[in-house]
Every structure is written in C-alpha cells, then in structure tokens.
Write a protein that binds this ligand. Structure first.
Ligand SMILES: *[C@@H]1O[C@H](CO)[C@@H](O)[C@H](O)[C@H]1NC(C)=O
Ligand SMILES: *[C@@H]1O[C@H](CO)[C@@H](O)[C@H](O)[C@H]1NC(C)=O
Ligand SMILES: *[C@@H]1O[C@H](CO)[C@@H](O)[C@H](O)[C@H]1NC(C)=O
Ligand SMILES: *[C@@H]1O[C@H](CO)[C@@H](O)[C@H](O)[C@H]1NC(C)=O
Ligand SMILES: *[C@@H]1O[C@H](CO)[C@@H](O)[C@H](O)[C@H]1NC(C)=O
Ligand SMILES: *[C@@H]1O[C@H](CO)[C@@H](O)[C@H](O)[C@H]1NC(C)=O
Ligand SMILES: *[C@@H]1O[C@H](CO)[C@@H](O)[C@H](O)[C@H]1NC(C)=O
Ligand SMILES: *[C@@H]1O[C@H](CO)[C@@H](O)[C@H](O)[C@H]1NC(C)=O
Ligand SMILES: *[C@@H]1O[C@H](CO)[C@@H](O)[C@H](O)[C@H]1NC(C)=O
Ligand SMILES: *[C@@H]1O[C@H](CO)[C@@H](O)[C@H](O)[C@H]1NC(C)=O
Length: 780
C-alpha cells in the first residue's frame, strides 16, 4: 500500500511539474485523521501536503514533502505539543476554524487567523493558505516559519527560525536564527539574549536598515535584501539547476543553518548546497554548562571539565555537573582537599570576576586555590582571570588559553546528590543545597539554579517533553487560549458565585470547565475598554504565547459584546501576600530565597525571552500566586497593555507615594522594564522580611520598609529585619538585601536588568554595595 502510494505520488510529482493544476479547494467540513486514507491534503502536484506526519512516538500536524520518500517536514503546527492518540482529527469546521479534535472533547486551534475561514489550499510552493469568503488570504504558513524556508518564502525583520529538538522531534530545540530589525541576520542559542556575546554567527549586514529580509529563490539563491529590495548580501549564489530540484533552507538540530537541494532524478537524497558554518563546534550552548565541544575531522563530541560528568549522557546540551560534593572552602587550607587541573587549548565565554597579572600558570593555580570564590580560571598571556561556575560556550580551539579547574582531591562520584530533574518545583530540592560556613561556595546550588533559571527556555523545551512523555493529558493546556462564550463562563462559574478576589482590573471567580472538569479562575474585566475586538484578540495572542513555569497560564478568554473575560489556571495556595503575611504559612528562609529566584525567572522571561517583550507594570505580592507546591506564578502580565495605560496610571496614583510602584510612574518619565525591576525589589524586601512594604503598625522609622531596610543595611544591622526566631544565613541575607536595594534605586538606569538580578540571586556575580536608593535624586 505504502509503495503504491509512493508510486502514485512520485508520478504525480513528475506530471505536476509538467502541467500546473489549480489547487484543490479544501472546503468547510473537511477533515483528516492520522491513520487511514485521508491523513493529509496534497498540493496539486503531490509534492507538498498538509496534515499528519509521524514523529518519534507521536503524530504531528504540519506541512511536509509528501512526494519524496524522506517525508521531510517544513512547517509544524503547535510544535511543542505532538499528539499521542491516534483517535484525533484535524477539522476545518463549518464555523470556519481549523482545529484539532481530541477524544477528550477539547479542541485545539491549529492555526488561528483573525477571521473565520471559508476555504483552504495546499499550494505547490509548499504554502498552506487560508481564505475568507471573498478568497482573500487571511493566513499563510509562509508568513509563520518554524525551522525552514522554502523558495519564495521570506524571513522578514523581527522573525526567527528555531531549530528542532532532534531529528525525530520537531518541537523547539536550542538554536535560533533571527532576522533582526537592525539589518543583521544572527544565530543565537535559545534562551540567550540578542547580544553580540551570545551570537555565534552573523551575516554582517548590521545597519542596512530596519527591514532587511532573507529570501530564497527556486534556483537556490539565498540572499538578503533591504526595504527598497536592493541586494544587501548573497549567502548562496543562485544559478543552480531548477528542473526537478527542490531547495530547502533549514536551521538544523546542530544549530547550523543549511541550504539543501534534492534532486528527484539523481541520487534521491538531500545534499548541502551551502551552510552557515563548517565548524560544527560553532553553535554556542551545544555542550551545555561546563562542557566543551571537540571535533575530530568533522565529528563533534562534547566533553566535560575535569571532575565533572554529564547531567545526562545522551543530551549534551544539558551540560555537566560536578561529580563530587564540595565541602567548605577555607582560603588558608583550601589546598588540603583541592587541586587544579589544566585544560589546554580551550576557549570559553569570559565572565572574569577578578584578574591578576601573573608569571606562570602555576602561579595562577595558586591564586585560584587561595580564593574560595574562584572555581576556575583562564590563563593567557600572563593574565590569570578568575571565573565562577558554570563555564559556558566552551570549545576546543588552537589557542594559548588554558582553563584551570578546581577539583576535589578525593573526588568521589556521588550520583545521588543532584536531583535529575531540577525543574520540578519540589521542596526537597532546597535541602539539597550544601550550606557552607564561611565564604559560601554553593556550587551545587548555583548549578541547579542556573540550570533551572538562566536557560529557562531551553529547559522549558525539555520540561514540555517531560510533561508530554509522562502525562499525555497535559498537553491540552499547552496551546493557544481558547475562546469561550459568555454563557459558557456563566455556567462554569455557577453565575459568578464564588469570588476569589478583586483586583485593579476586576473581580476573579472560581469556575469549573464542564468538559474537562478543570478548576479555573475567571477574571471579569470591569473597566470596559475603548479598544476594539481586534486589538483585544491580538493582545490575547501575545499573552497566550507566553509559557513559563513561573507565569500563570491563560487558558481562554471571552469577547462578547462589551464583555471581556479571561480564564486562567487556578492556583490553590492563594497569593504570595497570603503566604508571607499569615504566620502559620510562613515559608522558611530557604524556601523564600527559592521563591525570589522563581519570581525573578518569570519576570526575566517576560522581559527578554518571550516573543514580544512584556512589561508587567504591576508586580506585587497580590499578583504572585502560589500553586499546590507553593511554586510562585506571576499573574496579570500583559494586562497593562491590554487595558489602557491610563488606567494603570490612575490605579497607581491612589496607592500613595510608596509601595511597589516605581517613581517614574508619577514623574512623567517613560516607563520601561526597569519599572518592573523596581517592583521586584520591593517584593524581594517583603519576601526577606515577611511583611508589607508599608505597615503603619510599626514605629514611624520602620513603617516604610524600603527606608528602614536601607537604614539597617547602612548600620550593619540586617538581623533586625528578619526577627530572632529564624535561622538565616547572614551572608545570603546580605546578598539578597544588596540586590533589593539596587533594584529600588530611584534612578532607573542604576537598577540592574532582570538577567543581572537573577545572576546575582544565584551567586554567580559580585554585588557592590548599593548607594542610598534616593541618592541620585537628592544630588540632582
Ligand atoms: C474553488 O472555489 C472557488 C470559489 O470559492 C471557485 O471559483 C474555484 O473554481 C474552486 N476551484 C476548484 C479547483 O474547485
Ligand atoms: C480508502 O480508499 C479506498 C478507495 O478510495 C476505499 O475503498 C477504502 O474504503 C478507504 N478506506 C478507508 C478506511 O476509508
Ligand atoms: C475515539 O473518540 C470517540 C469520541 O470522539 C469515541 O467515541 C471512540 O470510542 C474513540 N475511539 C477509540 C478507538 O478510542
Ligand atoms: C538599500 O540598498 C541600496 C544599495 O545598497 C541603497 O542605495 C538604499 O538606500 C538602501 N535602502 C534602504 C532603505 O536602506
Ligand atoms: C519597515 O517596515 C515597517 C512595517 O512594514 C514600515 O512601517 C516601515 O516604514 C519600514 N521601514 C522602512 C525604512 O522601509
Ligand atoms: C548574487 O547572486 C546573484 C544570483 O546568483 C548574482 O547574479 C549576483 O551577481 C551576486 N551578487 C554578488 C554581489 O555576488
Ligand atoms: C546524493 O546525491 C548526489 C547526487 O545528486 C551524489 O553525488 C551523492 O553521493 C549522494 N549522497 C548519498 C549519501 O547518497
Ligand atoms: C535526553 O536523553 C534521553 C535519553 O538519552 C532521551 O530519551 C531524551 O529524549 C533526550 N532529550 C532531548 C531533549 O534530547
Ligand atoms: C581556616 O583554617 C585555618 C587553619 O586550618 C583555621 O585556623 C581557621 O579558623 C579556618 N577558618 C574558617 C573560617 O574556618
Ligand atoms: C578534606 O576532606 C576530608 C574527607 O572528605 C574531610 O573529612 C575534611 O574535613 C576536609 N578538610 C577540609 C579542610 O576541608
């Protein structure tokens, strides 16, 4: 049967090239199932198809080359949520939606154009197009690339391609190719900010205007043009044979992007026409933290630093962790138990915290051994640069740089120590941290938290996998928010009977979705907005695309006349305010530090890692909800933009002069991400001290927490802030207090970015003493 089908398809392919047929109209009511005759809609020539294709253990929905034996996928819907059940169908519903229908009865939107669909076509170019009733294109796959580009498809400024997780799994992997609005086409690891230090390839067309576009032609010409459609740069010259050839540009699993050709006549295989790099160690992050890339001929291999082992032998990008438990470090006798191993010809990202000019590498080793903060060092040209773990972006290269790594003399492999899944929000994890007296060197803690925190997105991909592997049902939630009718939500909340709380934007009610029995929180937006439906839906899409374990997930919305409602996942443990202020709930110091890191990770994601930058504008303990494991999740993000900015403004002014609100709100200064950093600083103070930022039950000098905190800090009396009954690591307390005081600087430019905040919370960077939060103002 398969062979027969293949024969049919390949003959269709040949005839398709000879005579162009007009594309089939896929009409409302059409459907596909993964098994059986109609698993896809073919393009007229049979080269491309839209429909189900097989992934490792699951079905995916997307566009693939049906006319060749390899069935190469070129576009994937809902990338991170493959489908496990065979009892599903893709339906172009009679009400004009393209949906995936599951046996559980819940629909997943496959693509979501802003208007109802009237028909669809799978074109021979590989473009899947949706039309409205007057045959206008309302959505096309060419405008929403995933990991590949086909001839005549463009990657326009602001768009990016993301590699697949593996050859057999098209969910989001760990590398990106970004067409930047500064004209440069750049490759970065996923999860790293768009900065020169994290880039590993660039077209070098920076400054060629805001609308530079990457184009591919059907003769294999791959090039960049500017907004006046002038050639800016050729990547691959054209002029390759066109006849019976298929070209495809793809960012591969290994992070390199390549232009492939496929000859239907000869060879019947994909061959590389052009590639962004021939050095397969170039892509940064391939080997994860503390790992480095080596190659013999063209075979790459990842290795760990001496004294380290792979977190998971099969997944290089998860990096390496110490194979021993570090004990306390005492600078006077640190060489009793530690020694230095040398690693020649390797280069790393330089995160020097202190540099010393020394003569020899042995001197450098001695200097590092005597400094408890020094976990590794780089020695080059007489300079000894001290580093903290993790070391990143390592690769072997002919270079005089020598990496020095501090290792334990009696290194014993203790595999039981490090939890294999650092992402689960478990309380035990906190206890794993090795508490160290004296100068704290929480190597494990850093490792665990860095893995969990900085590369959130990379791990998110990994988390998705964990979820989808073990809990098939969960993936239903991982999709775009669903539209509800008002009647549905009225019924789900039992006519808005149980009010959970009331915020600036309206009241929140508890509800149960009838089809899935899922408990949800339904937010009724009160201030009816001037915004039209389109803007509302656009904003909802942005919010719906944010997925992070420390953000409350938006499950659905309702847009019914003037009524606007939002449906969120339900958080059973109330808000951070409840947790901090009720003595019986009081989290331990360790738990509080973890909560702070989690919140910072969530804000960082909003600021730097999600598709569109989101400024929260209203970070406060009431907006941070706690799930059943007391893992914090930020709620209400995106609402500031959804509702009119003015409303946020009025809402903030009546709150008085102090609180979680940054001074720029009432100073006619532009509000940037730094406003959230300010609010985070206040929340951090509240977490540290387990009290409200403004509490007039305290004496006058203590009522305003930020003022009192700075007084205590200056006077060296931080213990006053936490009370006597609690066991607190004073060094960590001082660190946290310094971070908070930097965050609440009146001058936004003095506040650190969230990325920096997270690094400081993790203990990977030094923190200078903060000035008085108001010093800048009083001096101007
Ligand atoms: C597709 O539908 C349009 C009207 O919507 C019609 O004009 C056209 O002929 C149809 N094409 C095919 C191939 O059926
Ligand atoms: C598949 O198609 C053939 C011929 O068109 C038909 O006889 C057969 O019943 C179909 N099978 C299914 C499962 O629909
Ligand atoms: C498939 O799902 C339908 C409901 O959508 C159900 O009636 C049927 O029993 C399911 N079949 C299998 C094989 O699970
Ligand atoms: C596009 O490039 C051409 C040739 O380099 C240049 O003359 C033109 O000004 C550029 N257009 C823009 C909008 O940058
Ligand atoms: C770039 O594209 C945007 C959106 O299409 C447009 O508003 C802007 O004017 C363009 N800029 C230039 C310099 O062409
Ligand atoms: C770029 O490639 C095109 C198509 O092959 C060719 O005509 C053109 O001369 C090339 N331009 C440069 C600057 O190399
Ligand atoms: C792929 O096809 C080309 C000819 O198009 C041939 O030279 C090459 O050896 C083939 N590669 C493999 C791995 O079969
Ligand atoms: C990690 O490795 C395990 C086993 O080696 C494998 O099952 C899993 O799919 C891998 N994950 C990724 C992201 O490659
Ligand atoms: C460090 O070691 C020296 C000598 O063993 C000892 O005198 C000193 O008290 C130790 N310091 C700390 C902070 O443990
Ligand atoms: C050195 O290691 C041994 C065994 O692991 C331990 O008992 C001892 O306390 C360590 N000494 C120092 C100074 O850390």
């Amino acid at each position: 049967m398969a062979a027969f089908l293949f024969f049919v398809l390949s003959s269709a392919f040949y005839s398709g090239i000879a005579a162009q047929k007009s594309p089939l109209n896929i009409s409302l009511g059409s459907s596909l199932t993964p098994t059986g005759n109609s698993s896809s809609w073919l393009s007229p020539s049979g080269i491309f198809a839209f429909g189900f294709y097989q992934q490792r253990n699951a079905h995916a929905v997307g566009i693939f080359l049906a006319g060749i034996p390899e069935k190469t996928a070129v576009w994937t819907a809902n990338r991170d949520n493959p489908i496990f059940s065979s009892n599903v169908s893709v339906i172009l519903s009679t009400d004009g939606r393209l949906i995936l229908q599951l046996p559980e009865g819940q629909d997943i939107t496959v693509v979501d154009p802003s208007e109802p669909i009237s028909s669809a076509s799978m074109l021979d170019s590989g473009n899947f197009v949706l039309y409205d009733s007057v045959k206008r294109i309302i959505w096309q796959s060419f405008e929403h690339p995933t990991n590949s580009l086909l001839p005549r498809q463009q990657l326009i400024a602001g768009q990016e391609l993301i590699s697949s997780a593996s050859e057999t799994d098209d969910s989001r992997g760990i590398f990106r190719l970004v067409m930047q609005t500064d004209g440069n086409l750049v490759q970065y690891p996923v999860g790293a900010a768009n900065k020169p230090e994290t880039a590993y390839w660039a077209s070098g067309t920076f400054g060629d205007g805001p609308n530079v576009t990457l184009n591919l032609e059907d003769d294999g010409h791959l090039y960049l043009t500017n907004s006046s459609v002038n050639l800016v740069k050729n990547l691959s010259d054209g002029g390759h044979p066109k006849n019976k050839m298929i070209y495809l540009m793809k960012i591969d699993v290994d992070g390199i992007f390549r232009l492939y050709s496929y000859s239907v006549d000869q060879g019947r295989n994909w061959s590389i026409v052009w590639e962004s790099s021939t050095d397969r160690c170039d892509p940064k992050g391939l080997c994860g933290f503390n790992g480095f890339c080596t190659k013999i001929d063209n075979l790459v291999d990842c290795k760990c630093l001496p004294g380290f082992q792979f977190v998971n032998q099969g997944n290089w990008s998860l990096g390496c962790e110490r194979s021993f438990v570090t004990d306390s470090c005492n600078s006077t006798d640190s060489n009793v138990n530690h020694t230095i191993e040398f690693l020649e010809n390797t280069v790393w990202e330089d995160n020097t915290f202190s540099m010393v000019n020394t003569g020899t590498r042995e001197d450098c080793a001695k200097i590092c051994l005597e400094d408890c903060n020094c976990e590794a060092a780089f020695f080059k040209d007489g300079q000894c640069k001290k580093q903290r773990l993790p070391l990143t972006y390592g690769k072997r290269e002919t270079d005089s740089n020598i990496a020095l790594v501090k290792v334990h003399k009696h290194a014993t492999i203790d595999e039981g120590v490090i939890p294999s899944n650092p992402l689960k929000c478990r309380k035990e994890e906190v206890r794993v941290y090795v508490l160290i007296i004296g100068i704290s060197l929480v190597v494990l803690g850093v490792l665990i938290s860095v893995i969990a925190g900085v590369y959130v997105r990379r791990n998110q991909v990994w988390a998705y996998k964990q979820v989808s592997q073990f809990r098939n049902v969960e993936f239903v939630e991982n999709v775009a928010p669903r539209a509800f009718t008002f009647a549905e939500l009225e019924q789900a909340t039992n006519e808005f009977r149980e009010e959970l709380g009331r915020g600036a934007f309206g009241a929140v009610y508890k509800g149960i979705l009838p089809d899935s029995e899922k408990v949800v929180a339904v937010k009724k937006l009160e201030k009816v907005l001037a915004e039209g439906e389109k803007e509302f839906q656009n904003e909802i899409k942005v919010i719906g695309k944010t997925h992070h374990r420390n953000l409350v997930r938006l499950l659905g919305y309702c847009l019914d006349g003037a009524k606007r409602l939002l449906v969120y996942e339900y958080m059973s443990n109330g808000s951070l305010a409840d947790v901090l202020l009720k003595p019986e709930n009081h989290p331990s110091w360790d738990e509080r530090t973890k909560i702070a890191r989690d919140i910072a990770g969530g804000i960082l994601y909003l600021h730097e890692e999600c598709e569109t930058q989101i400024i929260h504008c209203d970070i406060k303990p009431q907006n941070i909800l706690m799930d059943e494991n007391r893992c914090p999740k930020i709620s209400d993000f995106g609402l500031a933009k959804l509702l009119k900015r003015d409303q946020t403004r009025t809402h903030t002014t009546f709150r008085g002069t102090k609180g979680c609100v940054a001074p720029e709100w009432y100073r006619k200064m532009p509000v940037t991400v730094k406003a959230d950093v300010y609010s985070f600083g206040i929340v951090l103070l509240e977490i540290i001290c387990c009290r409200k930022s403004l509490d007039w039950s305290f004496s006058e000098d203590q009522a305003v927490l930020e003022d009192w905190a700075y007084q205590c800090f200056k006077a060296g009396e931080l213990h006053k802030l936490v009370g006597d009954q609690e066991v607190v690591d004073m060094r960590k307390l001082e660190r946290m207090m310094k971070i908070a005081l930097w965050c609440i600087q009146d001058e936004p430019a003095l506040r650190p970015s969230m990325k920096k905040v997270l690094l400081m919370l993790e203990g990977t960077v030094d923190i200078p003493d903060p000035p008085s939060p108001t010093s800048f103002l009083s001096s101007t």
